[in-house]
Design a protein around this ligand. Structure first.
Ligand SMILES: [Zn+2]
Length: 193
């Protein structure tokens, strides 16, 4: 084990709580783990240093946020899949970024793009479907089945379209049926009585 010089310890005490293990490791030419262990021994904490969290502890940390890990937590720097509860988007991101309020990329990119809520019918399948999209015409190709638009509403943000979709999905719950016949989106199909 490499000896820790007094200046190194001073640097750690000053910068670790602000910048975390990654930067300290880079500056001091040490591994992240050794920096983390030294900081732990010195009893100094950093909001960026969650390497020691267990899977359960990490889930608890996210309890009051809009995000949920959907893969086991490894450490703060290893990307794992997270779910954005508000929009349903899943992507790989470092827990460190989530703990530091990184926003969902789908909501950031598409947040202010006009989005359609749609209710469509597949005559051949005898199924209906609701969903949201930025381009309803493209959905023919994506779903792989001819459909008729029963109802569509344009919103100025994705969030508003998503809220209406969730409302309808709740309403149609008793009629939902997943026949697996579409190329995608089979979980939002239902048989309208
Ligand atoms: Zn989102």
């Amino acid at each position: 084990m490499k000896y820790w010089a007094e200046e190194e310890i001073e640097f750690l005490i000053e910068w670790y709580p602000i910048e975390g293990a990654k930067l300290c490791a880079k500056v001091l030419d040490r591994t992240i783990i050794s920096v983390y262990q030294k900081a732990f021994k010195l009893g100094i904490n950093s909001p960026y240093a969650s390497i020691q969290l267990t899977n359960v502890e990490y889930k608890l940390r996210l309890k009051d946020t809009e995000y949920l890990p959907v893969e086991p937590y490894i450490n703060t720097y290893t990307k794992i899949k997270h779910l954005h509860i508000n929009c349903g988007y899943i992507w790989k991101v470092r827990p460190n970024a989530i703990l530091n309020n990184r926003a969902c990329p789908q909501c950031t990119v598409l947040g202010n793009i006009p989005t359609y809520f749609y209710w469509i019918n597949f005559p051949k399948l005898g199924l209906d479907k609701v969903g949201i999209t930025t381009n309803i015409n493209r959905r023919h190709h994506e779903l792989g089945e001819y459909f008729i638009i029963k109802h569509s509403v344009k919103f100025d943000t994705r969030r508003k379209a998503y809220d209406l979709e969730q409302y309808y999905l709740g309403l149609f719950k008793p009629y939902m049926i997943n026949t697996g016949e579409l190329k995608s989106g089979n979980t939002e199909t239902f048989k309208w009585p």
